[in-house]
Write a protein that binds this ligand. Sequence first.
Ligand SMILES: C[S@@+](CC[C@H](N)C(=O)[O-])C[C@H]1O[C@@H](n2cnc3c(N)ncnc32)[C@H](O)[C@@H]1O
Length: 261
Amino acid sequence: MTQIDHQVHPIGPVAGSRIFKFIAFLYGIAAYLVFFMTILYAIGFVMGLVVPKTIDTGTDTPVAEAIIINLLLMALFAVQHSVMARRQFKAWWTQYVPKPVERSTYVLFASLSLLLLFWQWRPLPTVIWDVANPDIAVTIVTLSLAGWVLVFTSTFIINHFELFGLHQVTNHLVGKEASPPRFKTPLLYKFVRHPIYLGFIIAFWAAPVMTAGHLLFAAVTTAYIFVGIALEEHDLVDLFGDEYRQYKQRVSMLIPWRKSV
Ligand SMILES: C[S@@+](CC[C@H](N)C(=O)[O-])C[C@H]1O[C@@H](n2cnc3c(N)ncnc32)[C@H](O)[C@@H]1O
């Protein structure tokens, strides 16, 4: 056998090659755009604004069936979002998914499972509360918008582009080493440990008209946020050790003025 016979000839771009870096970069941008459209759609979906299919519209379905379908959709998102974010899972699947696009792929899968939820969500139109006073109703809508603003600003405070994978594919494109995760407590993170999650809770509960479907969504996602916080903090303690333990002692989880676990 000659030496040539031993050579492997890969089909397609090789990881680390210039063309691979460029394709990875384009993939990262595409995943980011899908995420961005999804989060904009989420605002319309929850607030019942602009988008064609909201939390209170869709196929008429018997109540029990609607609850089961909605719970399954939320469970699918929760499992995808939590399992794929764990360090052990990342260590396993980066054997198959190139590291520079790992975060973008996570973001893409999370967006796709949310889009499936928006598409297949069944309305439960029974009204739980309906605020009649227009001033109070406007105040509640403003509060909900403030929740979304809190989500967005907090992502930028902690590192928006790293959170959604763009930083990783850009570094890879220009041949920069990925920096190790750093413990940070910028601005709002000095008052609560989870401003992004706090923003979601506010945005989901602040509704002038609360239907049974919306209530189911708000209650289950809030419960999921608490599970997500426990998992995330377990990883953060593993990663940052005493620095994060002391942060937990010092700073409250979600409510700024209250010392909490
Ligand atoms: C979607 S962000 C949510 C951040 C935070 N839980 C919040 O609600 O604002 C999740 C990522 O932020 C990271 N993270 C959370 N708190 C952090 C901190 N204080 N310093 C550095 N990274 C942090 C986690 O490791 C995880 O990768």
